[in-house]
Design a protein. Structure first.
Length: 183
């Protein structure tokens, strides 16, 4: 009887770890279930050389709805801030948690529809990475009386919307932060 209980308990624990979808090995080799928060998602393990992580801050639901799209289903959000002191470049990695995948996709669709087409070229370009497609968004800003390109990458992954943007005209650098999310 004792062996049956031990076997059932072992099967239960293994099933719970498998169902959780995420596991993290600690130093003893025992796997424990881990639930990532949006703050965890904007805190990148590997960042481009020369950059440092300044911290993460929460973003209110009202701020998300004002900046992206006024949809229901936004649960919370966080902004990870990275800076390269030598070039004074700042990159923001934002994760927005939605109630479900449909709400996340709706947020992305409405956000992308808020951009007007450019007179020349494409503002929104689909690019593949991390096993799915993301949208690269081209915007312009004025610095020292010159028009300068700025790129951001936006996509949804299940119920999370990601937006990676920064104060650089280097789309490859911005994309490297987007890819570093792993999502």
């Amino acid at each position: 009887m004792r062996n049956k209980i031990t076997i059932l308990l072992t099967i239960f624990v293994i099933t719970m770890v498998a169902v959780s979808g995420c596991t993290n090995k600690d130093t003893t080799g025992v796997e424990e279930a881990v639930e990532l928060t949006v703050t965890d998602m904007v805190t990148l393990d590997e960042i481009p050389a020369g950059f440092e992580f300044l911290g993460a801050r929460e973003i209110s639901v009202d701020d998300v709805q004002a900046e992206y799209a006024n949809i229901s289903g936004v649960v919370g959000a966080a902004d990870g801030i990275y800076r390269n002191g030598d070039d004074n470049v700042e990159i923001h990695v934002k994760a927005i948690e939605c109630a479900d995948a449909d709400a996340a996709e709706e947020l992305v669709v409405q956000y992308k529809s808020s951009f007007k087409p450019l007179a020349r070229g494409d503002r929104l370009v689909e690019e593949p990475f991390n096993g799915h497609f993301v949208t690269r968004i081209l915007e312009y800003t004025i610095i020292d009386n010159e028009q300068v390109e700025r790129y951001s990458y936006v996509w949804s992954n299940n119920s999370i919307v990601f937006d990676v943007s920064g104060g650089t005209s280097d789309a490859i650098l911005t994309r490297s932060f987007a890819e570093a999310t792993g999502f």
